[in-house]
Design a protein around this ligand. Structure first.
Ligand SMILES: C[S@@+](CC[C@H](N)C(=O)[O-])C[C@H]1O[C@@H](n2cnc3c(N)ncnc32)[C@H](O)[C@@H]1O
Length: 265
């Protein structure tokens, strides 16, 4: 991900050719090898989900990863408790990538599963993760702004990694994207959402994609109306391999019981 010159005009989500997203270049750059930032995220998210589901006594639940792109680790983090995980994604190229992963996902994802398994709730999951992935994961092409209309029941666990701020340069669309994600979750559902901090946009292959410049306060403000037990962390790991942003922000919490009305800026 590379810095672009400042002063660029605002780019809305609908103006971007998402079909030109190159999942192979994206995986090569970001997820071929486990980066320290993702390891830090995995530690926090796995302990959050494991802590929630431990002693819950509920049967299998349904989960959703919004804007899944070419990243399987959010789905892996929800998988042990789910009989269905929807990977909801707008780009046809990413949808094709995800569908290709269903039968037997690529070996690079094993290192992410291994970090999850350091927590005993994952480590004691006896089913082969590839079998479980094939059994429970469904890939759905769709637009986050239509998520409410996409329908189905509300999900009991959810993730959204590097999407709301990395799909538009409009702050209004960023806030709306977070709202649509949170409204797809049932009251009490645990969630994790990750954000690039102060991103200037990014390249995937040769194609540039826009971003909305957010920091911890914007992330907190966007989630707070819909969340309870909200934690917002700035990762300790400083950006190394990737560039064009100042750090990463991770938020974990539960879907609140009611929405506090906030105007979408
Ligand atoms: C920076 S990538 C993040 C991908 C992945 N979640 C990750 O953790 O690496 C942003 C993703 O958002 C998807 N996206 C963009 N606009 C979207 C929309 N309106 N609805 C759903 N997904 C969208 C893109 O296709 C892309 O996969």
């Amino acid at each position: 991900m590379t810095l672009r010159s400042s002063g660029a005009a605002q780019v809305k989500n609908s103006e971007v050719a998402w079909g030109e997203f190159d999942p192979i270049a994206y995986v090569d750059h970001n997820y071929r090898d486990l980066q320290a930032e993702d390891a830090e995220i995995l530690h926090i998210v796995r302990d959050h989900f494991a802590g929630h589901f431990r002693n819950q006594g509920v049967g299998p639940v349904s989960g959703i990863d919004v804007g899944a792109g070419a990243n399987l680790y959010p789905a892996l983090s929800m998988m042990p408790w789910c009989d269905e995980v929807t990977l909801f994604e707008r780009s046809s190229a990413n949808v094709r990538y995800l569908k290709r992963q269903l039968d037997s996902y690529d070996p690079n994802w094993d290192q992410f599963w291994d970090v999850l398994c350091e927590n005993e709730e994952y480590g004691s999951f006896l089913v082969d993760p590839r079998l479980q992935f094939r059994k429970v994961v469904k890939v759905v092409k769709g637009n986050i702004f239509d998520l409410e209309r996409f329908g189905g029941s509300l999900r009991s666990v959810g993730t959204m990694f590097f999407v709301a701020e990395s799909m538009t340069s409009s702050c209004r669309e960023f806030t709306l994207g977070v709202k649509r994600f949170m409204r797809a979750l049932a009251p009490g559902a645990p969630f994790a959402a990750a954000f690039m901090e102060h991103s200037k946009g990014y390249y995937t292959g040769k194609k540039f994609f826009p971003a909305c410049d957010v920091g911890e306060s914007e992330v907190r403000a966007s989630l707070e109306p819909f969340a309870s037990d909200l934690d917002v962390y700035r990762l300790k790991t400083e950006p190394k391999l990737r560039s064009g942003y100042s750090g990463m922000i991770l938020s974990c919490g539960r879907r609140g019981n009611s929405d506090v009305a906030v105007p979408i800026r």
